[in-house]
Design a protein around this ligand. Structure first.
Ligand SMILES: [Cu+2]
Length: 110
């Protein structure tokens, strides 16, 4: 009986899908608000488990389920939030609606 339970729980774990961690270049992020916008925004994307924005290196680490989403969709999601992701440029409309401090050079002319 225990053996069956072991196999069942193994199958359940296997069905959870495989996860991958990627590091996305997000060179246009400016401040802590950008960090929040991306982390909160990516949380809403199906298949994204977690994301961490590193302001110092301007990179966003994303942990996602490879069966539910992919790098391209994640880049697109970041672009839709108003930020550049790797080669994918920020969506112009989203970028325009960002607070002034989050636009390129925003922290300089304050
Ligand atoms: Cu910002």
């Amino acid at each position: 009986m225990n053996f069956v339970i072991t196999i069942l729980s193994f199958l359940i774990i296997a069905c959870n899908g495989e996860h991958a961690t990627i590091s996305v270049n997000t060179p246009t992020i400016q401040c802590g608000m950008c960090q929040k916008t991306i982390e909160v925004g990516l949380k809403k994307i199906a298949g994204v488990n977690n994301s961490t924005v590193d302001l110092a290196t301007k990179k966003t680490k994303v942990i996602y389920d490879i069966e539910k989403t992919d790098i391209k969709s994640i880049e697109k999601a970041i672009s839709n939030l108003g930020y550049q992701a790797n080669e994918q440029l920020a969506d112009p409309t989203s970028y325009e609606s960002l607070p002034a401090c989050c636009k390129i050079g925003g922290m300089d002319h304050k």
